[in-house]
Ligand binder design. Structure first.
Ligand code: FAD
Length: 464
């Protein structure tokens, strides 16, 4: 295994003793076999077990649970509310309203779950702030609010400039909106806490047990590198790896990196600029800057949209220190010119972008006993909790709002085939960068760049 471990995962592993989770080396049977031990797999296992305690539930994970996106993300708790327009467009108004509300509630449910089960995931439900750092962003920042208000579900408040500067710890922002449903957490501690809890309620977890093949049928058979699971129901919760496991998914997602940098603890300096809360803060770029602090006084800053993978190959660079350190340091300097540039480390990871920017779930087999969920598009900390609702309902064949949702009925669009996707993604990326640079300089972006940037609009944290 790669020696480099992303910061949160490394810190979480060092701060706890994990129970032994063996490799699967024999043939076993189960009611439910879940492939992948990240947030999606774990929430699905836990929610299924809660609804049906008698079921034998097995998770097979190719490495260590949490080693994927779940143990390395920014830990920003963001909801579906700024994607309301897309939700209406793709899923219908009633479902859009339901999902916005469910995602806002999920922020507090994750917090309550951690408190109830003594998972110290450093959850801080202090809210989320979206900001504008140039006039173009100022003009689009409030757009989602009008639509939410029309349907009486707007929880965002427009901040005065004074409040924006005070709450974000930075004078780089020109405007901001805040929602109390949001916050931040320690993703590594959450994922390992979920693992321990899952084990405590009788879920079996096999690590170092890579899925190799499935024989579909009435009783699907999962082959792992050294073992086999015959299960009545199967769930693929492998996120960015799905396109490689099943060709049919390769066109539904595109892998793109998010790159992160984190400081050494500097609680006094952060207190001086008013940044000792756990709010998640993001600007309004397509390739967004986002940041949050930690309870021990570190500041983490991330930026999405940097490195695309040809044909969705899981590049070694996705599991190494960031290649974009200089860019991250520059962004840090722009947001926080007075803070020490005393960085602990950088890391990166692959996000599974869907064409809509929304996750999708569904069934893979004609027997309706093999399910999947992916496509969180960089917004999965809160959304994977809802993914657990969708997948547990599918697994248990429950007729409810989750299984009836269009979100549970497969992908909503295709990317072009390779090499067009890769070439196109890089062309679009360059246009987005030029457009956002022009806007930063308060100039009009070129028409061509504006048109090309529209292809990447779904990658933003908010609809435009
Ligand atoms: C760098 C980065 C920053 C992010 N920041 C944020 C953020 O701040 N806020 C937010 O909401 N979202 C963020 N996200 C997105 C979020 O992390 C993900 O959407 C979420 O963690 C997805 O969880 P998952 O369980 O579906 O996938 P993963 O956590 O990736 O889990 C998939 C698991 O499947 C396993 N697996 C793969 N192939 C196999 C196989 N063949 N056999 C067995 N197991 C297999 C993997 O090892 C992995 O453990 C970020 C993502 C990245 C990469």
């Amino acid at each position: 295994m790669n020696k480099h471990k992303p910061f949160w995962f490394d810190q979480a592993l060092a701060s706890t003793t994990m129970p032994e989770m063996p490799k699967l080396t024999e043939k076993i049977t189960a009611d439910v076999c879940i492939i992948g031990g990240g947030f999606t797999g774990l929430w699905t296992a836990i929610k299924t077990k809660k609804l049906a305690p008698e079921k034998r539930i097995v998770i097979v994970e190719k490495g260590l649970c949490g080693q994927g996106a779940s143990g390395r993300n920014g830990g920003c708790m963001l909801t579906f509310s700024t994607k309301f327009h897309s939700l209406i467009r793709f899923l219908g108004l009633a479902e859009a309203i339901r999902l916005v509300k469910a995602s806002e509630q999920a922020v507090f449910d994750i917090d309550a779950f951690c408190k109830t089960h003594q998972i110290d995931a450093e959850v801080r439900t202090n809210g989320a702030i979206y900001t504008a750092t140039n006039t173009h962003q100022v003009n689009t920042l409030n757009q989602p609010l009008d639509l939410l208000s029309q349907h009486d579900i707007n929880q965002w408040k427009i901040l005065s400039l004074e409040n924006v500067n005070r709450s974000t710890g930075s004078h780089r922002h020109l405007a901001g909106i805040e929602n109390k449903a949001g916050g931040s957490l320690h993703p590594g501690k959450l994922v390992l806490g979920l693992v321990k809890y899952a084990l405590s309620i009788g879920i079996e977890i096999y690590q170092q047990s890579e899925y190799k093949d499935i024989q579909c049928g009435e009783l699907p058979v999962i082959k792992t590198c050294e073992g086999e699971v015959k299960a009545k129901k199967v769930v693929f919760a492998v996120n960015a790896w799905m396109g490689k496991l099943f060709k049919r998914f390769n066109r539904h997602i595109a892998l793109v990196s998010s790159d992160m940098i984190i400081t050494k603890p500097m609680p006094e300096q952060l207190a001086e600029i008013g940044l000792r809360h756990g709010k998640a803060i993001a600007d309004s770029r397509i390739f967004v800057h986002y940041y949050r602090t930690t309870p021990d006084g570190r500041l983490m800053l991330g930026k999405g949209g940097n490195m695309f993978a040809y044909n969705n190959n899981m590049l070694p660079a996705f599991d190494q220190p960031s290649r974009y350190k200089e860019m991250l340091v520059n962004a840090f300097e722009q947001f926080f010119p007075t803070l020490d540039k005393s960085f602990e480390t950088t890391w990166t990871g692959a996000s599974d972008r869907s064409t809509t920017g929304l996750p999708f779930f569904g069934s893979l087999s004609k027997e309706n006993n093999v399910f999947y969920g992916l496509g969180y598009s960089g917004n999965g900390v809160v959304q994977s909790y809802l993914g657990g609702d969708i997948l547990s309902s599918l697994v248990l064949s429950i007729d409810n709002a989750w299984t009836r949702s269009r979100m549970a009925k497969g992908p909503l669009g295709n990317f072009p085939p390779e090499p067009i996707r890769y070439l196109g993604a890089n062309l679009v990326k360059r246009s987005v960068l030029r457009k956002e640079l022009a806007e930063d300089n308060e100039k009009s972006a070129k028409w061509f760049d504006c048109q090309m940037a529209k292809f990447a609009a779904a990658a933003g944290k908010a609809d435009k």
